[in-house]
Design a protein around this ligand. Structure first.
Ligand SMILES: [Zn+2]
Length: 281
């Protein structure tokens, strides 16, 4: 159908919209609509391709928008401003505000300072750090945010896994404390999984979006836009475990490291039975 809502009164537009949904719901035909009203187009469709100057500028599938091709031009931002998921994406930025959250007595999480959260477990005469943020710059900011809640020395660093956003700030947390660094053995064997944001030809973190279109990176406020990616802060594990779990005691805190392969082969959850707290990646 070619621009079915062009011209009619708003109440008729509503009816046309409903008719399009009903037609598709009957399942007997695919419905292709050429539509200038982006609100209608996104409301009735499973897939939307937005054309600018004769080229496909953006493809949207059920609220997830993706800029494609090289059709970005001066007129593009006005169109992108209207995509259906924009408000949800904007609202999700509040999830990433910088904050140190107390999980329970002696356990704190630094949220929003980096692409992943860092957990601080207070032990006797020292601290335990779970994951180390994406890079040394973020790690320093997190140490500042923890303030005197982080008591040196850091006696252990625990990696949930080796994605760069979890392991890139280890040298800052380590400092001169020479902590034991724990991970599952598969972390060492697999090595870091780099370039995931570009996998399958996608742009998972909005890396290529121009600033005026960028809202947040979907799972964090930004990733690699402000602070470039670096691996200079990574430290290799000093103690690994194979099999399902390892129970350790560090600075008076007993913890169970549980192999939970998922997002990566080495994924490890930490169970603090005495505090009833589990830290997953
Ligand atoms: Zn990950």
């Amino acid at each position: 159908m070619d621009e079915p809502t062009e011209g009619p009164a708003p109440i008729i537009v509503d009816q046309v919209e409903q008719m399009l949904v009903n037609l598709a719901a009957e399942g007997e035909m695919a419905v292709l609509v050429i539509e200038q009203n982006i609100g209608v187009a996104t409301a009735v469709s499973n897939h939307v391709a937005i054309m600018v100057s004769g080229g496909v500028f953006m493809v949207e599938v059920r609220g997830l928008a993706m800029v494609v091709g090289s059709a970005l031009d001066q007129s593009a931002p006005a169109y992108a401003d209207d995509f259906a998921g924009r408000e949800q994406l904007r609202a999700s930025s509040a999830e990433f505000r910088k904050e140190v959250i107390q999980i329970t007595d002696g356990v704190f999480a630094a949220v929003g300072y980096s692409a992943s959260n860092v957990t601080l477990i207070q032990g006797d005469n020292g601290s335990i750090i779970v994951d180390t943020s994406a890079n040394p710059v973020d790690a320093k900011a997190i140490i500042g945010a923890f303030g005197d809640r982080l008591v040196r020395p850091v006696r252990a660093i625990l990696y949930t896994h080796n994605h760069p956003d979890h392991s890139g700030g280890a040298n800052v947390f380590s400092g001169n404390d020479n902590p034991e660094i724990y991970s599952h053995q598969t972390l060492v064997e697999a090595g870091p999984e780099l370039g995931r944001g570009q996998r399958d030809g996608g742009d998972a973190f909005g890396t290529k979006l121009p600033d005026e279109l960028f809202i947040n990176a979907g799972t964090q406020i930004e990733y690699g836009r402000v602070t470039p990616h670096t691996r200079e802060g990574y430290l290799p594990p000093t103690r690994t475990f194979s099999g399902e779990s390892l129970t350790i005691e560090v600075a008076g805190a007993e913890m169970q490291l549980i192999h939970t392969p998922g997002e990566s082969p080495e994924n490890t959850a930490i169970w603090l039975a005495a505090k009833g707290v589990s830290r997953c990646n």
